[in-house]
Write a protein that binds this ligand. Structure first.
Ligand code: BTN
Length: 326
C-alpha cells in the first residue's frame, strides 16, 4: 500500500468534521504550520471548502465532486488496486492512455481516471459519450491466467460495480449480459474489456468502465433519453463518485483473488443473482444478423446459452442483447 502524502493526511484529519488546529496538523504531518497552510490553500484551489478561524484552526465544510486521486486513496482498503492512479481532467480516452501506460510497464492495479473524454471507446468499435458527472475509468491487470479466462472479466467487473452501486445508493442495479449496468430498463454504465495476449498467456488486460453518476437530465443526449439514465436521475441525489470507485475497487480486488484461488464459479453465482437476462426472451444483435431465443443460462466461461425456438442450444460469445420484458 502506498504511504499517504502530507496532503492526504491533512484531508483525512479534516474529514473528522471537527475544528483542527494548525498545530495538530503540523504534528501529524511532520511539517511546519506554514507548510500546512500551503496545503490548505492547495486543497481550496481543488474545490474543497475549508473555513479557517484564529484560535480554532481549520474545518472542512464541503468536498468537491471530483474524482481526485487523493480522494480515492484516502481510506481505500485495497492492497494493489488503485494504489497507482493516473488522473487527467480531460483525455481522448482513458482506455487509450491505459494501453500506453501498460506498454510502458505500469504495475497491475494502476487506474486511469478522467473527468472528460473526447474520444471515448465503446464495445463493438462504437464510440462512448462520457457525460458530465460520469466516471470514466480504466484498470490495468496482469493476471497470470490462461486466455480462456478472459470472458469472465467483464462479468466480474459488472458484478463488483453493481454491488458497489447497490451498497452506495438505494437503487437496484442489475446486469444485462454481457456488459451492461442497468437501472430499470435503462443503461447506467458499460464495460469494455481489452487484452494483449499470447496464445497461452495474458500480457495485460485493460478494463474500461463508464458510469453515469451525477449526470443531470439535460446532459443525457436526446436520442438516448429512453435508453440511458444516471444514478442522479434515478436516485434523485448526488452520489460521491470517489466513494463508488473505492467500493468498486475493494470488491473487485476480493473477487479477483477469489477467481485466482477458486476459478469462475463464485463470480458466476454472484452474476446470476444480479442479472436481468436469464429466463427471458431475448434478441441478440450480431454483425452476422439477429437471433431470437430464450436466455437459458451462462456457461462456466460466462458465455450465454440461448435456446432457439427449435429447442437447439447455441452458445453466444458476444453481441448486443435486447431483453423482452415479460
Ligand atoms: C459499452 O459500449 O457499453 C462500453 C463502454 C465503456 C466506456 C469506458 S469509459 C472509460 C473507458 N475509456 C474508454 O474510452 N472507454 C471505456
Amino acid at each position: 500500500m502506498q504511504s499517504a502524502s502530507k496532503k492526504e493526511i491533512i484531508l483525512k484529519t479534516l474529514k473528522s468534521g471537527n475544528w483542527i488546529s494548525g498545530e495538530v496538523l503540523a504534528i501529524r504531518t511532520g511539517i511546519t504550520r506554514t507548510g500546512v497552510w500551503k496545503h490548505i490553500q492547495g486543497l481550496k484551489q481543488e474545490g474543497y471548502q475549508i473555513k479557517s478561524q484564529n484560535g480554532l484552526g481549520y474545518k472542512l465544510l464541503a468536498v468537491p465532486d471530483k474524482i481526485l486521486p487523493h480522494e480515492i486513496r484516502t481510506g481505500l482498503k485495497t492492497k494493489i488496486l488503485g494504489t497507482a492512479i493516473e488522473y487527467q481532467p480531460s483525455v481522448p480516452s482513458t482506455q487509450e492512455l491505459a494501453w500506453e501506460l501498460a506498454l510502458q510497464g505500469a504495475p497491475e492495479g494502476t487506474i486511469v481516471l478522467a473527468e472528460q473524454q473526447t474520444n471515448g471507446r465503446g464495445r463493438l468499435t462504437r464510440s462512448w459519450q462520457s457525460l458530465p458527472g460520469a466516471i470514466a475509468l480504466s484498470l490495468i491487470l496482469r493476471p497470470r491466467l490462461a486466455p480462456d479466462h478472459l470472458p469472465i472479466f467483464p462479468l466480474l467487473t459488472g458484478v463488483t460495480m453493481a454491488q458497489a452501486i447497490n451498497q452506495e445508493t438505494a437503487l437496484n442495479c442489475q446486469l444485462k449480459w454481457p456488459n451492461d449496468l442497468m437501472v430499470g430498463n435503462k443503461k447506467i454504465g458499460g464495460i469494455l474489456s481489452e487484452v494483449s495476449a499470447e496464445p497461452d498467456q495474458i500480457n495485460f488486460l485493460i478494463i474500461g468502465l463508464g458510469l453515469n453518476v451525477n449526470t443531470p437530465p439535460q446532459h443525457i443526449p436526446h436520442d438516448l433519453k429512453d435508453k440511458a439514465t444516471s444514478l442522479y436521475l434515478a436516485g434523485k441525489q448526488i452520489f460521491p463518485r470517489s466513494r463508488i470507485i473505492q467500493s468498486f475497487l475493494e470488491r473487485f480486488e476480493k473477487l479477483f483473488d477469489l477467481l485466482k484461488s477458486q476459478g469462475p464459479a463464485p463470480i458466476l453465482e454472484q452474476w446470476k443473482a444480479l442479472n436481468n437476462t436469464l429466463g427471458k426472451e431475448v434478441e441478440i444483435m450480431r454483425p452476422s444478423g439477429s437471433i431470437h431465443g430464450l436466455a437459458k443460462g451462462i456457461d462456466n466461461k460466462g458465455q450465454l446459452i440461448l435456446e432457439l425456438s427449435s429447442g437447439a442450444l447455441e452458445t453466444i460469445i458476444a453481441g448486443d442483447v435486447k431483453v423482452h420484458q415479460a
